[in-house]
Design a binder for this molecule. Structure first.
Ligand code: CTP
Ligand code: MG
Length: 381
């Protein structure tokens, strides 16, 4: 049973007062549109996504979406209701459709689960929150209090059996409807109410952008990982440190290029993710890693963090050896590591220390490295 999602983004966003329609404004590093579409497109139950934009904004939308795949981008109308209708014409034979506002960028997958489950027994389902503030009529001055008991705040996405919402749209004769559930109800369909979410609040007024940014940042929890590695120094080997080949009388021996600093860093990144260590991802028994350039390990760990929706905040590497001197290479090393992680150089620290000629590092038998990585990962919804 195909489930489709329509994201309506054809409004002008007049009340938000931004220079662009609000769906193209960036919050948390992505446009509202990209957030809303990603949440639906990556949900395992949703197989088709249709984005509705205003005339002349297809390119803006395609740019905002970047590499997020959608099935169609279609042109909406002057009223939201017309934009939804345009989306519905593009969902093909989908049996269930979720209709969502791009102006509600943060959609927890649990809400989508609840909506789809509710359609087992209802024609439609909406997410809603209770009203906690006192409600009153207002004009020039305070008017009568309105009983908030039994009132709810209706959010999107709103989920429907596709035939029901098509029929409801066809039969609607009222003035422009601001959501679809009221049309479904007017046509006699039963609409269930499921628990909404504070993250789903709509962006309407200028101040809502800052509030959304705050909410976005609050989703993340900070995590730290540590890494440590040692490789033996031997004649006739190349010396790779932090992705640079350094001129030195000896080099590091190992299965890969033996870049001890990048190995410690990879383990720090994987540690912050709590996802095993370099050996579980790149087993030394696997011949494909023989002589491998270690930047690949770092890049892989960084990709895993991004795939988990995470952000790399900072890394700090300490190289422990008597020689070579690291100072002259520090900035080149920082740039190389920043490139691997796709972060600005100011988020990369490289330090070095000797061990006062004590121990294996002091005797020049090997080089050790330590690393710490601080990342942020989105909390489970
Ligand atoms: N929408 C739409 N087509 C319209 C009007 C609205 O697709 N003709 C979409 C908006 O892009 C938004 C959602 O419907 O994602 C909810 O509408 P609203 O918050 O009112 O957005 P705007 O109409 O853009 O804002 P405003 O009313 O302040 O101009
Ligand atoms: Mg509007």
């Amino acid at each position: 049973m195909t489930i489709a999602a329509i994201i309506v983004a054809a409004g002008k966003g007049e009340r938000a007062g931004a220079s662009l329609p609000k769906q193209f404004v960036t919050v948390g590093g992505k446009t509202l549109l990209a957030h809303a579409v990603t949440a639906l497109a990556r949900h395992p139950r949703i197989e088709r996504t249709v984005v509705v934009v205003a005339e002349g904004q297809k390119e803006l939308a395609a740019h905002a979406l970047g590499d997020i795949l959608v099935d169609a981008i279609v042109i909406g109308g002057a009223e939201r209701q017309q934009s939804v209708a345009a989306g519905m014409a593009a969902i093909g034979d989908a049996r269930i459709v979720l209709i969502h506002d791009a102006a509600r960028p943060f959609l927890p997958s649990s809400v989508v689960d609840r909506l789809i489950a509710a359609l087992d027994t209802a024609d439609g389902a909406i997410p809603a929150l209770s009203v906690v503030d006192t409600l009153a009529k207002a004009g020039e001055e305070l008017g009568d209090v309105v009983d908030r008991n039994g009132l709810i705040r209706v959010q999107t996405p709103q989920a429907f059996r596709a035939h029901a919402i098509r029929d409801a749209h066809n039969r609607w004769t009222g003035t422009a409807a601001t959501d679809d559930a009221q049309m479904a109800r007017a046509a006699g369909y039963q609409v269930a109410v499921v628990e909404g979410h504070a993250m789903l609040e709509k962006i309407t007024q200028p101040a809502d952008f800052a509030e959304a940014e705050r909410k976005w940042n609050q989703r993340f929890i900070s995590r730290t990982g540590l890494g440590y590695d040692v490789h033996r120094l031997a004649a006739g080997e190349d010396l790779w440190l932090c992705g640079l080949k350094i001129d030195h009388e000896k080099g590091l021996a190992g299965h890969s290029d033996a870049d001890v600093a990048l190995h410690a860093l990879t383990d720090a990144l994987l540690g912050a993710l709590a996802d095993g260590d370099i050996g579980t991802h790149f087993p030394p028994s696997d011949p494909q890693w023989r002589g491998a350039a270690s930047h690949r390990f770092v890049e892989h760990a960084a990709t895993l963090i991004r795939q988990a929706g995470g952000v790399i905040d900072h890394v700090d590497v300490t190289i422990i050896c008597e020689a070579p001197k690291i100072g002259p290479h520090r900035d080149a090393m920082r740039s190389a590591v920043a490139r691997m992680l796709a972060v600005p150089i100011k988020k990369v620290s490289i330090k070095a220390t000797t061990t006062e000629r004590l121990g294996f590092t002091g005797r020049g038998e090997g080089i050790a490295a330590q690393a710490a990585a601080t990342i942020r990962l989105p909390e489970e919804e």
